[in-house]
Design a protein around this ligand. Structure first.
Ligand SMILES: *[C@@H]1O[C@H](CO)[C@@H](O)[C@H](O)[C@H]1NC(C)=O
Ligand SMILES: *[C@@H]1O[C@H](CO)[C@@H](O)[C@H](O)[C@H]1NC(C)=O
Length: 534
Protein backbone atom coordinates (compact mmCIF):
# COMPACT_ATOMS: atom_id res chain seq x y z
CA UNK A 1 0.00 0.00 0.00
CA UNK A 2 2.81 2.30 0.91
CA UNK A 3 4.33 1.53 -2.48
CA UNK A 4 1.15 2.60 -4.18
CA UNK A 5 1.24 5.91 -2.31
CA UNK A 6 4.87 6.48 -3.27
CA UNK A 7 4.11 5.67 -6.85
CA UNK A 8 1.41 8.31 -6.92
CA UNK A 9 3.72 10.89 -5.42
CA UNK A 10 6.27 10.17 -8.14
CA UNK A 11 3.65 10.66 -10.77
CA UNK A 12 2.67 13.98 -9.30
CA UNK A 13 6.30 15.05 -9.01
CA UNK A 14 7.03 14.17 -12.58
CA UNK A 15 4.02 16.18 -13.70
CA UNK A 16 5.48 19.16 -11.92
CA UNK A 17 8.88 18.61 -13.50
CA UNK A 18 7.45 18.42 -17.01
CA UNK A 19 5.85 21.80 -16.61
CA UNK A 20 9.30 23.33 -16.85
CA UNK A 21 9.64 23.93 -20.58
CA UNK A 22 13.03 22.35 -20.98
CA UNK A 23 13.26 19.54 -23.54
CA UNK A 24 15.74 17.60 -21.44
CA UNK A 25 13.43 17.65 -18.48
CA UNK A 26 10.60 16.51 -20.72
CA UNK A 27 12.58 13.57 -21.98
CA UNK A 28 13.54 12.63 -18.47
CA UNK A 29 9.95 12.72 -17.40
CA UNK A 30 8.96 10.64 -20.43
CA UNK A 31 11.46 7.97 -19.42
CA UNK A 32 10.31 8.23 -15.84
CA UNK A 33 6.76 7.87 -17.07
CA UNK A 34 7.53 4.71 -19.06
CA UNK A 35 9.30 3.36 -16.01
CA UNK A 36 6.22 4.09 -13.92
CA UNK A 37 4.00 2.27 -16.40
CA UNK A 38 6.29 -0.72 -16.06
CA UNK A 39 6.00 -0.59 -12.26
CA UNK A 40 2.25 -0.06 -12.45
CA UNK A 41 1.83 -3.20 -14.51
CA UNK A 42 3.46 -5.14 -11.70
CA UNK A 43 1.30 -3.72 -8.92
CA UNK A 44 -2.02 -5.37 -8.42
CA UNK A 45 -4.73 -2.76 -8.90
CA UNK A 46 -8.37 -3.33 -8.24
CA UNK A 47 -11.27 -1.80 -10.05
CA UNK A 48 -12.97 -0.23 -7.03
CA UNK A 49 -15.60 1.38 -9.24
CA UNK A 50 -16.68 -2.08 -10.32
CA UNK A 51 -16.75 -3.20 -6.68
CA UNK A 52 -18.96 -0.20 -5.84
CA UNK A 53 -21.41 -0.99 -8.64
CA UNK A 54 -21.54 -4.64 -7.61
CA UNK A 55 -21.98 -3.91 -3.92
CA UNK A 56 -25.23 -2.07 -4.66
CA UNK A 57 -26.59 -4.87 -6.84
CA UNK A 58 -26.47 -7.14 -3.81
CA UNK A 59 -29.25 -5.21 -2.07
CA UNK A 60 -31.53 -5.93 -5.01
CA UNK A 61 -30.94 -9.67 -4.55
CA UNK A 62 -32.05 -9.36 -0.94
CA UNK A 63 -35.28 -7.51 -1.69
CA UNK A 64 -38.49 -8.91 -0.31
CA UNK A 65 -41.89 -7.85 -1.63
CA UNK A 66 -43.04 -6.69 -5.04
CA UNK A 67 -40.02 -5.98 -7.22
CA UNK A 68 -40.08 -2.79 -9.29
CA UNK A 69 -39.92 -2.56 -13.10
CA UNK A 70 -36.28 -1.46 -12.94
CA UNK A 71 -35.08 -4.41 -10.83
CA UNK A 72 -31.64 -5.26 -12.18
CA UNK A 73 -31.10 -8.61 -10.49
CA UNK A 74 -33.33 -10.58 -12.82
CA UNK A 75 -33.05 -14.04 -11.29
CA UNK A 76 -35.24 -12.78 -8.45
CA UNK A 77 -39.02 -12.26 -8.49
CA UNK A 78 -41.78 -11.09 -6.15
CA UNK A 79 -41.95 -12.78 -2.74
CA UNK A 80 -43.45 -12.38 0.70
CA UNK A 81 -46.53 -10.66 -0.74
CA UNK A 82 -48.75 -11.57 2.20
CA UNK A 83 -46.31 -10.59 4.94
CA UNK A 84 -48.27 -9.16 7.86
CA UNK A 85 -51.64 -10.27 6.49
CA UNK A 86 -52.36 -12.63 9.41
CA UNK A 87 -51.78 -9.73 11.80
CA UNK A 88 -53.78 -7.30 9.71
CA UNK A 89 -50.81 -5.09 8.84
CA UNK A 90 -49.00 -4.50 5.53
CA UNK A 91 -45.43 -5.67 6.01
CA UNK A 92 -44.62 -6.32 2.36
CA UNK A 93 -41.11 -5.21 1.40
CA UNK A 94 -37.83 -4.80 3.25
CA UNK A 95 -34.79 -7.04 3.09
CA UNK A 96 -33.96 -10.66 3.83
CA UNK A 97 -30.92 -10.42 6.09
CA UNK A 98 -28.73 -13.18 4.67
CA UNK A 99 -29.21 -16.61 3.09
CA UNK A 100 -32.67 -17.19 4.54
CA UNK A 101 -36.01 -15.39 4.36
CA UNK A 102 -36.65 -14.00 7.79
CA UNK A 103 -36.99 -10.23 7.89
CA UNK A 104 -35.05 -9.36 11.05
CA UNK A 105 -35.60 -5.74 12.07
CA UNK A 106 -32.39 -5.05 14.00
CA UNK A 107 -29.80 -6.04 11.38
CA UNK A 108 -31.99 -4.53 8.64
CA UNK A 109 -32.01 -1.19 10.43
CA UNK A 110 -28.24 -1.31 11.02
CA UNK A 111 -27.76 -2.03 7.31
CA UNK A 112 -29.78 1.07 6.42
CA UNK A 113 -27.91 3.20 8.97
CA UNK A 114 -24.58 2.15 7.47
CA UNK A 115 -25.75 2.69 3.88
CA UNK A 116 -26.95 6.15 4.90
CA UNK A 117 -23.73 6.95 6.73
CA UNK A 118 -21.84 5.86 3.59
CA UNK A 119 -23.82 8.30 1.49
CA UNK A 120 -23.44 11.11 4.03
CA UNK A 121 -19.65 10.77 4.13
CA UNK A 122 -19.03 9.89 0.49
CA UNK A 123 -21.96 11.30 -1.46
CA UNK A 124 -19.77 13.07 -4.00
CA UNK A 125 -17.57 9.98 -4.49
CA UNK A 126 -20.57 7.69 -4.92
CA UNK A 127 -22.08 10.15 -7.40
CA UNK A 128 -18.77 10.30 -9.30
CA UNK A 129 -18.97 6.51 -9.61
CA UNK A 130 -22.46 6.89 -11.11
CA UNK A 131 -24.07 5.03 -8.21
CA UNK A 132 -25.83 7.66 -6.11
CA UNK A 133 -29.28 6.79 -7.41
CA UNK A 134 -28.73 3.10 -6.67
CA UNK A 135 -27.40 3.85 -3.20
CA UNK A 136 -30.44 5.98 -2.43
CA UNK A 137 -32.75 3.27 -3.78
CA UNK A 138 -31.07 0.73 -1.51
CA UNK A 139 -31.71 2.98 1.49
CA UNK A 140 -35.29 3.71 0.49
CA UNK A 141 -36.11 0.05 0.07
CA UNK A 142 -35.38 -0.27 3.77
CA UNK A 143 -36.93 2.99 5.01
CA UNK A 144 -40.17 2.41 3.04
CA UNK A 145 -40.47 -0.82 4.99
CA UNK A 146 -39.73 0.83 8.35
CA UNK A 147 -42.50 3.35 7.68
CA UNK A 148 -44.93 0.45 7.17
CA UNK A 149 -43.61 -1.42 10.21
CA UNK A 150 -44.00 1.59 12.52
CA UNK A 151 -47.80 1.43 12.67
CA UNK A 152 -48.33 3.76 15.63
CA UNK A 153 -46.01 5.84 17.84
CA UNK A 154 -45.39 2.99 20.28
CA UNK A 155 -45.69 -0.02 17.96
CA UNK A 156 -42.90 -1.30 15.73
CA UNK A 157 -43.06 -4.64 13.90
CA UNK A 158 -39.77 -6.32 14.71
CA UNK A 159 -39.62 -9.45 12.59
CA UNK A 160 -41.49 -11.42 9.94
CA UNK A 161 -41.01 -15.19 9.91
CA UNK A 162 -38.80 -16.98 12.39
CA UNK A 163 -35.41 -18.61 12.16
CA UNK A 164 -36.42 -22.07 13.32
CA UNK A 165 -39.22 -22.77 10.84
CA UNK A 166 -37.41 -20.88 8.08
CA UNK A 167 -34.24 -22.93 8.43
CA UNK A 168 -36.23 -26.14 8.33
CA UNK A 169 -36.75 -25.48 4.60
CA UNK A 170 -34.40 -24.78 1.68
CA UNK A 171 -36.59 -22.87 -0.78
CA UNK A 172 -36.52 -19.93 -3.12
CA UNK A 173 -38.15 -16.85 -1.60
CA UNK A 174 -40.65 -16.94 -4.47
CA UNK A 175 -41.86 -20.41 -3.33
CA UNK A 176 -41.84 -19.75 0.40
CA UNK A 177 -44.25 -21.94 2.39
CA UNK A 178 -42.85 -21.28 5.86
CA UNK A 179 -44.54 -19.29 8.62
CA UNK A 180 -44.75 -15.58 7.98
CA UNK A 181 -45.95 -14.67 11.38
CA UNK A 182 -45.01 -11.12 12.35
CA UNK A 183 -43.78 -10.02 15.81
CA UNK A 184 -43.92 -6.56 17.30
CA UNK A 185 -42.67 -4.46 20.18
CA UNK A 186 -44.97 -2.03 22.01
CA UNK A 187 -45.47 -0.39 25.42
CA UNK A 188 -45.94 -3.73 27.17
CA UNK A 189 -43.28 -5.52 25.15
CA UNK A 190 -40.48 -2.99 24.89
CA UNK A 191 -37.46 -3.09 22.61
CA UNK A 192 -35.31 0.00 23.10
CA UNK A 193 -32.45 -1.44 21.03
CA UNK A 194 -34.65 -2.12 18.02
CA UNK A 195 -36.55 1.16 18.35
CA UNK A 196 -33.21 2.98 18.78
CA UNK A 197 -31.53 1.43 15.76
CA UNK A 198 -34.59 1.99 13.57
CA UNK A 199 -34.68 5.60 14.76
CA UNK A 200 -30.97 5.94 13.91
CA UNK A 201 -31.54 4.48 10.43
CA UNK A 202 -34.48 6.79 9.70
CA UNK A 203 -32.74 9.86 11.09
CA UNK A 204 -29.60 9.19 9.03
CA UNK A 205 -31.70 8.50 5.93
CA UNK A 206 -33.65 11.71 6.50
CA UNK A 207 -30.39 13.63 6.04
CA UNK A 208 -29.64 11.67 2.87
CA UNK A 209 -33.01 12.66 1.32
CA UNK A 210 -33.11 16.19 2.69
CA UNK A 211 -32.23 18.01 -0.53
CA UNK A 212 -33.69 15.64 -3.12
CA UNK A 213 -36.94 14.59 -1.44
CA UNK A 214 -37.73 16.98 1.42
CA UNK A 215 -41.22 15.60 2.04
CA UNK A 216 -39.92 12.06 2.45
CA UNK A 217 -37.03 13.31 4.57
CA UNK A 218 -39.46 15.03 6.91
CA UNK A 219 -41.61 11.92 7.18
CA UNK A 220 -38.56 9.82 8.09
CA UNK A 221 -37.54 12.32 10.72
CA UNK A 222 -40.99 12.26 12.35
CA UNK A 223 -40.86 8.47 12.57
CA UNK A 224 -37.32 8.61 13.92
CA UNK A 225 -38.26 11.04 16.68
CA UNK A 226 -41.28 9.00 17.72
CA UNK A 227 -39.31 5.78 17.73
CA UNK A 228 -36.59 7.28 19.86
CA UNK A 229 -39.15 8.54 22.38
CA UNK A 230 -40.82 5.15 22.43
CA UNK A 231 -37.51 3.34 22.97
CA UNK A 232 -36.38 5.76 25.64
CA UNK A 233 -39.66 5.78 27.56
CA UNK A 234 -40.37 2.03 27.54
CA UNK A 235 -37.00 0.53 28.29
CA UNK A 236 -36.09 -3.07 27.60
CA UNK A 237 -34.18 -5.42 25.32
CA UNK A 238 -36.22 -6.46 22.28
CA UNK A 239 -35.16 -10.10 22.56
CA UNK A 240 -37.02 -10.20 25.88
CA UNK A 241 -40.20 -9.25 24.02
CA UNK A 242 -39.63 -11.12 20.76
CA UNK A 243 -38.42 -14.50 21.98
CA UNK A 244 -38.06 -16.04 18.51
CA UNK A 245 -35.14 -13.71 17.73
CA UNK A 246 -33.03 -14.99 20.65
CA UNK A 247 -30.96 -17.63 18.88
CA UNK A 248 -30.46 -15.43 15.80
CA UNK A 249 -30.06 -11.75 16.62
CA UNK A 250 -30.10 -11.46 20.39
CA UNK A 251 -29.02 -8.04 21.60
CA UNK A 252 -25.99 -8.97 23.68
CA UNK A 253 -24.84 -5.39 24.27
CA UNK A 254 -28.31 -4.33 25.41
CA UNK A 255 -30.07 -1.14 24.35
CA UNK A 256 -28.01 1.68 25.83
CA UNK A 257 -25.66 1.86 22.86
CA UNK A 258 -28.61 2.10 20.45
CA UNK A 259 -30.28 4.88 22.46
CA UNK A 260 -27.09 6.97 22.44
CA UNK A 261 -26.53 6.19 18.77
CA UNK A 262 -30.10 7.16 17.88
CA UNK A 263 -29.80 10.41 19.83
CA UNK A 264 -26.59 11.31 17.99
CA UNK A 265 -28.16 10.68 14.60
CA UNK A 266 -31.20 12.69 15.63
CA UNK A 267 -28.92 15.52 16.68
CA UNK A 268 -27.24 15.43 13.27
CA UNK A 269 -30.63 15.37 11.55
CA UNK A 270 -32.29 18.14 13.59
CA UNK A 271 -29.51 20.24 15.15
CA UNK A 272 -31.67 20.14 18.26
CA UNK A 273 -29.50 20.37 21.40
CA UNK A 274 -31.91 18.17 23.34
CA UNK A 275 -30.44 15.16 21.55
CA UNK A 276 -26.83 16.18 22.06
CA UNK A 277 -27.54 16.82 25.73
CA UNK A 278 -28.95 13.30 26.00
CA UNK A 279 -25.67 11.90 24.63
CA UNK A 280 -23.69 14.04 27.07
CA UNK A 281 -25.87 13.49 30.14
CA UNK A 282 -26.17 9.73 29.65
CA UNK A 283 -22.56 9.23 28.52
CA UNK A 284 -21.45 7.67 31.75
CA UNK A 285 -24.49 5.69 32.92
CA UNK A 286 -25.13 4.28 29.42
CA UNK A 287 -21.53 3.18 28.93
CA UNK A 288 -20.89 5.59 26.06
CA UNK A 289 -17.67 6.80 27.62
CA UNK A 290 -17.05 3.63 29.64
CA UNK A 291 -16.83 0.91 27.05
CA UNK A 292 -13.61 0.54 25.07
CA UNK A 293 -14.44 -2.01 22.42
CA UNK A 294 -12.63 -3.38 19.38
CA UNK A 295 -15.65 -4.42 17.31
CA UNK A 296 -18.49 -2.55 15.69
CA UNK A 297 -21.51 -4.51 14.52
CA UNK A 298 -25.32 -4.75 14.18
CA UNK A 299 -25.32 -5.48 17.93
CA UNK A 300 -22.53 -3.39 19.46
CA UNK A 301 -22.65 0.27 18.41
CA UNK A 302 -20.28 1.85 20.92
CA UNK A 303 -17.31 2.34 18.56
CA UNK A 304 -19.52 3.88 15.88
CA UNK A 305 -21.19 6.29 18.24
CA UNK A 306 -17.87 7.21 19.86
CA UNK A 307 -16.51 8.07 16.44
CA UNK A 308 -19.60 10.07 15.52
CA UNK A 309 -19.27 11.97 18.80
CA UNK A 310 -15.61 12.63 17.94
CA UNK A 311 -16.64 14.14 14.62
CA UNK A 312 -19.07 16.44 16.40
CA UNK A 313 -16.36 17.45 18.87
CA UNK A 314 -13.87 18.24 16.11
CA UNK A 315 -16.22 19.87 13.65
CA UNK A 316 -18.50 21.99 15.83
CA UNK A 317 -17.52 25.19 17.53
CA UNK A 318 -20.40 26.00 19.86
CA UNK A 319 -20.23 23.33 22.52
CA UNK A 320 -19.82 24.35 26.14
CA UNK A 321 -16.97 23.30 28.38
CA UNK A 322 -18.81 20.44 30.07
CA UNK A 323 -20.00 19.12 26.71
CA UNK A 324 -16.47 19.20 25.30
CA UNK A 325 -15.11 17.37 28.33
CA UNK A 326 -17.58 14.54 27.82
CA UNK A 327 -17.08 14.43 24.06
CA UNK A 328 -13.33 14.18 24.72
CA UNK A 329 -14.05 11.03 26.72
CA UNK A 330 -16.00 9.60 23.79
CA UNK A 331 -13.07 10.50 21.60
CA UNK A 332 -10.57 8.70 23.78
CA UNK A 333 -12.65 5.50 23.42
CA UNK A 334 -12.97 5.98 19.66
CA UNK A 335 -9.18 6.25 19.54
CA UNK A 336 -8.87 3.04 21.49
CA UNK A 337 -10.88 1.33 18.74
CA UNK A 338 -8.74 2.84 15.98
CA UNK A 339 -5.43 2.04 17.71
CA UNK A 340 -6.65 -1.46 18.47
CA UNK A 341 -7.48 -2.06 14.80
CA UNK A 342 -4.06 -0.71 13.84
CA UNK A 343 -2.34 -3.06 16.30
CA UNK A 344 -0.99 -0.06 18.18
CA UNK A 345 -2.53 -0.44 21.60
CA UNK A 346 -0.50 -2.27 24.15
CA UNK A 347 -0.28 -6.01 23.86
CA UNK A 348 -3.57 -7.55 24.88
CA UNK A 349 -5.76 -4.72 23.59
CA UNK A 350 -5.28 -5.23 19.88
CA UNK A 351 -7.40 -6.98 17.30
CA UNK A 352 -5.81 -10.21 16.15
CA UNK A 353 -4.79 -10.64 12.56
CA UNK A 354 -4.53 -13.64 10.29
CA UNK A 355 -1.08 -14.44 8.87
CA UNK A 356 -2.31 -12.78 5.65
CA UNK A 357 -3.04 -9.56 7.56
CA UNK A 358 -6.83 -9.66 7.92
CA UNK A 359 -8.41 -8.31 11.10
CA UNK A 360 -9.76 -11.29 12.96
CA UNK A 361 -12.46 -11.02 15.63
CA UNK A 362 -14.24 -14.38 15.48
CA UNK A 363 -14.88 -17.46 13.46
CA UNK A 364 -18.48 -16.88 12.36
CA UNK A 365 -18.89 -14.15 9.75
CA UNK A 366 -15.64 -12.39 10.59
CA UNK A 367 -15.90 -10.16 7.50
CA UNK A 368 -18.65 -8.07 9.06
CA UNK A 369 -16.08 -6.68 11.53
CA UNK A 370 -13.50 -6.11 8.79
CA UNK A 371 -16.01 -4.18 6.77
CA UNK A 372 -17.13 -1.93 9.64
CA UNK A 373 -13.49 -1.37 10.66
CA UNK A 374 -12.52 -0.35 7.12
CA UNK A 375 -15.36 2.17 7.19
CA UNK A 376 -14.55 3.68 10.60
CA UNK A 377 -10.82 3.81 9.86
CA UNK A 378 -11.47 5.59 6.56
CA UNK A 379 -13.71 8.17 8.18
CA UNK A 380 -11.31 8.71 11.04
CA UNK A 381 -8.43 9.15 8.61
CA UNK A 382 -10.43 11.82 6.75
CA UNK A 383 -11.15 13.53 10.04
CA UNK A 384 -7.44 13.64 10.94
CA UNK A 385 -6.57 14.87 7.49
CA UNK A 386 -9.03 17.76 7.59
CA UNK A 387 -8.00 18.78 11.10
CA UNK A 388 -4.26 18.41 10.47
CA UNK A 389 -3.88 16.26 13.58
CA UNK A 390 -2.21 12.95 14.32
CA UNK A 391 -3.41 10.09 16.45
CA UNK A 392 -1.45 9.14 19.51
CA UNK A 393 -1.58 5.40 20.19
CA UNK A 394 0.25 3.52 22.89
CA UNK A 395 2.80 2.36 20.30
CA UNK A 396 3.36 5.85 18.86
CA UNK A 397 1.96 8.55 16.61
CA UNK A 398 0.00 7.63 13.52
CA UNK A 399 -0.97 9.93 10.65
CA UNK A 400 -4.01 9.83 8.39
CA UNK A 401 -2.11 8.20 5.50
CA UNK A 402 -1.09 5.23 7.58
CA UNK A 403 -4.65 4.72 8.81
CA UNK A 404 -6.14 4.95 5.35
CA UNK A 405 -3.48 2.62 3.93
CA UNK A 406 -4.41 0.05 6.50
CA UNK A 407 -8.12 0.39 5.67
CA UNK A 408 -7.22 -0.07 2.01
CA UNK A 409 -5.19 -3.18 2.83
CA UNK A 410 -8.31 -4.70 4.38
CA UNK A 411 -10.40 -3.86 1.33
CA UNK A 412 -7.70 -5.25 -0.95
CA UNK A 413 -7.64 -8.45 1.07
CA UNK A 414 -11.40 -8.70 0.58
CA UNK A 415 -11.04 -8.17 -3.17
CA UNK A 416 -8.36 -10.80 -3.71
CA UNK A 417 -5.01 -9.79 -2.17
CA UNK A 418 -4.95 -12.78 0.14
CA UNK A 419 -3.37 -16.20 0.44
CA UNK A 420 -6.36 -17.90 -1.24
CA UNK A 421 -6.30 -15.41 -4.14
CA UNK A 422 -10.02 -15.24 -3.58
CA UNK A 423 -12.34 -12.28 -3.77
CA UNK A 424 -14.74 -12.51 -0.86
CA UNK A 425 -16.95 -10.03 -2.65
CA UNK A 426 -19.04 -12.37 -4.78
CA UNK A 427 -18.93 -11.78 -8.54
CA UNK A 428 -15.78 -9.65 -8.34
CA UNK A 429 -12.59 -10.66 -10.16
CA UNK A 430 -11.74 -14.07 -11.57
CA UNK A 431 -11.98 -16.10 -8.38
CA UNK A 432 -14.85 -15.81 -5.89
CA UNK A 433 -17.00 -18.16 -3.78
CA UNK A 434 -19.19 -20.37 -5.98
CA UNK A 435 -21.34 -21.99 -3.30
CA UNK A 436 -22.63 -19.12 -1.24
CA UNK A 437 -24.96 -20.30 1.52
CA UNK A 438 -28.04 -18.62 0.07
CA UNK A 439 -31.34 -20.29 -0.71
CA UNK A 440 -32.34 -18.18 -3.71
CA UNK A 441 -28.91 -18.16 -5.34
CA UNK A 442 -28.38 -21.90 -4.94
CA UNK A 443 -31.63 -22.97 -6.66
CA UNK A 444 -32.54 -22.49 -10.32
CA UNK A 445 -34.06 -19.05 -10.88
CA UNK A 446 -37.83 -18.79 -10.51
CA UNK A 447 -37.87 -16.76 -13.71
CA UNK A 448 -36.37 -19.71 -15.59
CA UNK A 449 -38.21 -22.52 -13.92
CA UNK A 450 -41.49 -21.66 -12.27
CA UNK A 451 -42.32 -25.20 -11.08
CA UNK A 452 -42.82 -25.13 -7.31
CA UNK A 453 -39.84 -26.34 -5.25
CA UNK A 454 -41.01 -27.55 -1.85
CA UNK A 455 -39.55 -27.20 1.60
CA UNK A 456 -37.36 -30.29 1.76
CA UNK A 457 -37.06 -30.69 -2.00
CA UNK A 458 -34.60 -27.83 -1.94
CA UNK A 459 -32.43 -29.69 0.54
CA UNK A 460 -32.71 -32.92 -1.47
CA UNK A 461 -31.88 -31.51 -4.90
CA UNK A 462 -30.05 -28.22 -4.48
CA UNK A 463 -28.43 -27.73 -1.09
CA UNK A 464 -25.98 -30.63 -1.15
CA UNK A 465 -24.95 -30.29 -4.79
CA UNK A 466 -21.28 -29.87 -5.51
CA UNK A 467 -21.93 -27.63 -8.53
CA UNK A 468 -21.62 -23.85 -8.28
CA UNK A 469 -24.78 -21.89 -7.46
CA UNK A 470 -26.86 -21.33 -10.61
CA UNK A 471 -27.28 -17.62 -9.68
CA UNK A 472 -24.36 -15.39 -8.77
CA UNK A 473 -25.10 -13.30 -5.67
CA UNK A 474 -23.17 -10.33 -7.05
CA UNK A 475 -21.84 -7.87 -4.47
CA UNK A 476 -22.39 -10.06 -1.43
CA UNK A 477 -19.56 -10.11 1.11
CA UNK A 478 -19.37 -13.62 2.57
CA UNK A 479 -18.30 -14.53 6.11
CA UNK A 480 -14.75 -15.05 4.87
CA UNK A 481 -11.70 -17.07 5.88
CA UNK A 482 -10.69 -18.53 9.23
CA UNK A 483 -7.87 -17.35 11.48
CA UNK A 484 -5.33 -19.03 9.17
CA UNK A 485 -6.68 -17.44 5.97
CA UNK A 486 -8.28 -20.72 4.92
CA UNK A 487 -11.65 -20.72 3.24
CA UNK A 488 -13.89 -23.66 2.38
CA UNK A 489 -16.20 -22.91 -0.51
CA UNK A 490 -19.03 -25.24 0.52
CA UNK A 491 -22.70 -24.34 0.91
CA UNK A 492 -22.83 -26.16 4.26
CA UNK A 493 -20.03 -24.01 5.59
CA UNK A 494 -22.34 -21.16 6.58
CA UNK A 495 -19.85 -19.59 8.97
CA UNK A 496 -17.71 -18.71 5.96
CA UNK A 497 -19.95 -18.77 2.87
CA UNK A 498 -23.05 -16.95 4.09
CA UNK A 499 -23.32 -13.25 3.30
CA UNK A 500 -25.32 -10.61 5.17
CA UNK A 501 -26.64 -7.20 4.13
CA UNK A 502 -24.74 -5.48 6.94
CA UNK A 503 -21.43 -6.91 5.66
CA UNK A 504 -21.62 -5.09 2.36
CA UNK A 505 -23.31 -1.85 3.52
CA UNK A 506 -20.25 -0.16 5.12
CA UNK A 507 -18.11 -0.95 2.06
CA UNK A 508 -20.25 1.12 -0.29
CA UNK A 509 -18.66 4.37 0.89
CA UNK A 510 -15.14 2.96 1.11
CA UNK A 511 -15.28 1.51 -2.42
CA UNK A 512 -16.49 4.89 -3.67
CA UNK A 513 -13.61 6.73 -2.02
CA UNK A 514 -11.03 4.26 -3.33
CA UNK A 515 -12.56 4.41 -6.76
CA UNK A 516 -12.32 8.16 -6.90
CA UNK A 517 -8.70 8.12 -5.76
CA UNK A 518 -8.00 5.62 -8.52
CA UNK A 519 -9.68 7.87 -11.08
CA UNK A 520 -7.60 10.81 -9.93
CA UNK A 521 -4.46 8.73 -10.44
CA UNK A 522 -5.63 7.77 -13.90
CA UNK A 523 -6.21 11.47 -14.50
CA UNK A 524 -2.55 12.17 -13.81
CA UNK A 525 -1.59 9.42 -16.28
CA UNK A 526 -3.65 11.08 -18.93
CA UNK A 527 -1.99 14.41 -18.37
CA UNK A 528 1.39 12.68 -18.64
CA UNK A 529 0.19 11.03 -21.77
CA UNK A 530 -0.54 14.40 -23.30
CA UNK A 531 2.87 15.65 -22.31
CA UNK A 532 4.46 12.56 -23.81
CA UNK A 533 2.72 13.04 -27.14
CA UNK A 534 3.65 16.71 -27.12
C1 LIG B 1 -1.01 -0.03 28.61
O1 LIG B 1 -1.46 1.26 28.35
C2 LIG B 1 -1.92 1.96 29.48
C3 LIG B 1 -2.53 3.27 29.00
O2 LIG B 1 -1.70 3.91 28.07
C4 LIG B 1 -0.81 2.12 30.47
O3 LIG B 1 -1.26 2.81 31.61
C5 LIG B 1 -0.29 0.75 30.87
O4 LIG B 1 0.81 0.88 31.72
C6 LIG B 1 0.11 -0.04 29.64
N1 LIG B 1 0.42 -1.39 30.03
C7 LIG B 1 1.51 -2.02 29.58
C8 LIG B 1 1.67 -3.44 30.04
O5 LIG B 1 2.32 -1.50 28.84
C1 LIG C 1 -2.01 -17.28 -5.28
O1 LIG C 1 -1.28 -16.59 -6.26
C2 LIG C 1 0.13 -16.63 -6.06
C3 LIG C 1 0.80 -15.73 -7.06
O2 LIG C 1 0.23 -15.85 -8.32
C4 LIG C 1 0.59 -18.10 -6.14
O3 LIG C 1 1.97 -18.17 -5.90
C5 LIG C 1 -0.17 -18.91 -5.09
O4 LIG C 1 0.16 -20.27 -5.20
C6 LIG C 1 -1.66 -18.74 -5.25
N1 LIG C 1 -2.33 -19.40 -4.14
C7 LIG C 1 -3.41 -20.17 -4.28
C8 LIG C 1 -3.98 -20.76 -3.03
O5 LIG C 1 -3.93 -20.37 -5.35
Amino acid sequence: MVKEEEKNNHLHNSTKVSKISNPIFSQCSLLLFLFQIFILAKVEAFNYGDALTKSLLYFESQRSGRLPYNQRVTWRDHSGLTDGLEQGVDLVGGYYDAGDHVKFGLPMAFTVTMLSWSVLEFRQEIAAGGELRHAMEAIKWGTDYFIKAHTSPNVLWAEVGDGDTDHYCWQRPEDMTTSRQAYKIDENNPGSDLAGETAAAMAAASIVFKSTNPHYSHLLLQHAQQLFEFGDKYRGKYDGSVGVVKSYYASVSGYMDELLWAALWLYKATDNRVYLNYVIDKANCFGGTGWAISEFSWDVKYAGLQLLATKILMEEKHIDHHGRTILEQYRSKAEYYICSSLNKNNATNNVERTPGGLLYIRQWNNMQYVSTASFLLTIYSDLLKSSGLKLSCHAGMVDHDEIFSFAKSQVDYILGSNPMNMSYLVGFGPNFPQRVHHRGASIVSFRESKGFIGCTQGYDYWYGRDEPNPNVLVGALVGGPDCQDNFGDQRQNYMQTEACTYNTAPLVGVFAKLSQLEDQNLGSHQSLDLIASY
